[in-house]
Ligand binder design. Sequence first.
Ligand code: 5GP
Ligand code: ZN
Length: 141
Amino acid sequence: MSGTDDCVFCGIVAGDIPGRIVGESDDAVAFLDANPMAPGHTLVVPRTHRARLGDLSREESAAVFELVYDLAPDIEAAVDADGATVGLNDGPAAGQEVGHVHAHVIPRFDGDGGGPIHVAAGERPDLSDAELDDIAAEISD
Ligand code: 5GP
Ligand code: ZN
């Protein structure tokens, strides 16, 4: 999705599509996921349509993560959760299905049968120290 007209999350932000909004600020909105992985599963989006994390301005990024920070304890308390998994699927390769940046806050419960965020990445690569050094240098360059 490239624009706002065909974007369901833009529709929720605009109030054109019903959404159970649980928090908002000048630059970000939070609402319940319509097909939740757990009770309280919440999505936090920038008000402005942005496809990928890297498309956000510094201010929009701060607004999204600030709302996550503010709401996560309230979300957990509301459903009496034992923890939460917080993350973004950034790009189709990572499983992003709605092309408007959204952070997931998924309440977690002792013995809920889920796993850590590591399971999202598939098989763990066997990287040597030299390869790890090269990657670190590439990122920090
Ligand atoms: P993604 O795979 O893109 O990271 O996650 C998209 C999420 O959006 C899914 O968890 C899905 O249940 C949720 N979702 C899709 N359509 C709607 C909708 O119309 N309303 C709401 N509230 N959530 C939606
Ligand atoms: Zn959008």
